[in-house]
Design a protein around this ligand. Structure first.
Ligand code: SAM
Ligand code: SF4
Length: 357
């Protein structure tokens, strides 16, 4: 799909035309990844972060957030609960925390892999090639790193590099992750102040060019204790060029993502559920998504992982999220996936290697 066609869909507001987009995305989802909805148990194990992303409540200069780090034993207890709930994957997510050193993380991954059948997904920010290689070697299966926006100037404005970096290179890291044999996940925020329809269409086209295995995109939600959430820097795009950070645009991005990357795993995100607690997750699932991420983070830490305010499910327990999501999936006639739920895109890419002499 050309960016011009993607833009036309992103700007579409005619209900019958949109119904057509939802139907096409749902048909492609059914035929390429099936009716199963895969559950990824999310463990937000540290909210310490050295970065200064202009959009995120965990950014280092934000003094109003209480910081925590879960112990290895606490993380393992969450992984055991994931197994008890029948999940196939745990996602270990955190700020960019220097305390997460190479060996500590490698040891944790080895323990989870030795004790459980879980796939392990990492989402811990920009790390060195050596770290990524050591963690892959230890058994990590997947890595999530959103490129946030393909507009380089906008990215540089909202995502300053670390003091020891010339510039942040998330696209380079995605290439490295691919080389190391990870299932590679990325995505963007929708409706970043300054993001135009042209930018967002290029983002969607880039998902296909990068041949991503997992693509998670959700609406940008303003956090008042961040520069972007309090009106700086740069402001919104001019005229009607600014992409709205709304629910409808998030569904359009999910549907278009499914059309351009038919075999990728696509989550219906927590940010979407935050905009529409009643049925945002379900609508994402019937408009192209096939993954949801129930939260396994212990209740006492959840409120402190505040990347944006009002995050869905912060006052729920892991049990509650488990029962609630299962019910929501069944209510739309879908079924909870069995096993690890590897991305069909990834499995297909590895097929020729597996069968060659
Ligand atoms: N630190 C890691 C990283 O940046 O990749 C992982 C954790 S970070 C909280 C995960 C994602 O949260 C980011 O990639 C970003 O897209 C999203 N995020 C952060 N602040 C957000 C906001 N205000 N609204 C919506 N999404 C946000
Ligand atoms: Fe840190 Fe990730 Fe938030 Fe940036 S988006 S401040 S790297 S947690």
């Amino acid at each position: 799909m050309e960016p011009s066609e993607i833009i036309t869909w992103l700007r579409e507001n005619d209900p019958p035309r949109l119904a057509e987009l939802w139907r096409r995305a749902d048909d492609v989802r059914r035929c390429c990844v099936g009716d199963e909805v895969h559950l990824r148990g999310l463990i937000e194990f540290s909210n310490h972060c050295v970065r200064r992303c202009a959009y995120c409540g965990l950014r280092a200069p934000n003094r109003s957030v209480s910081r925590y780090r879960m112990s290895e034993e606490e993380i393992l207890a969450c992984a055991r609960r994931a197994v008890a709930f029948g999940y196939g994957t745990v996602v270990l997510q955190s700020g960019e925390d220097p305390h997460t050193d190479t060996q500590w993380m490698a040891g944790l991954i080895r323990e989870i892999k030795a004790e459980t059948p879980l796939a392990v997904t990492l989402s811990v920010g920009e790390r060195s090639g050596d770290d990524l290689a050591a963690w892959r070697e230890a058994g990590a299966d997947r890595y999530l790193l959103r490129f946030e926006t393909s507009n380089r100037a906008l990215y540089d404005r909202i995502h300053p590099p670390r003091p020891d970096q010339a510039r942040s290179d998330r696209l380079g890291l995605l290439g490295k992750l691919r080389e190391l044999g990870y299932e590679v996940g990325s995505g963007v925020m929708i409706g970043i102040p300054g993001q135009t329809y042209d930018d967002l269409a290029r983002d969607v086209a880039l998902f296909a060019q990068l041949d991503l295995d997992m693509i998670g995109s959700g609406p940008y939600l303003a956090h008042p204790d961040t520069p972007l959430g309090s009106g700086e820097p740069g402001g919104v795009a001019s005229g009607d060029d600014q992409v709205p950070a709304d629910e409808l645009t998030a569904y359009k991005v999910i549907a278009l993502t499914r059309l351009v990357c038919p075999r990728a795993n696509v989550p219906s995100t927590t940010a979407l559920a935050t905009l529409n607690a009643a049925d945002g997750r379900e609508l994402g699932l019937v408009r192209g998504a096939n993954v949801v991420m129930p939260n396994l983070t212990p209740a006492r830490y959840r409120t402190w992982y505040e990347i944006y305010p009002g995050k869905a499910c912060v006052h729920e327990t892991a049990e509650h999220c488990h029962v609630c999501l299962r019910g929501r999936i069944e209510s739309i006639g879908r079924r909870v996936g069995n096993g690890r739920g590897d991305s069909p895109n990834y499995l297909r890419r590895r097929e020729p290697a597996a069968t060659s002499p």
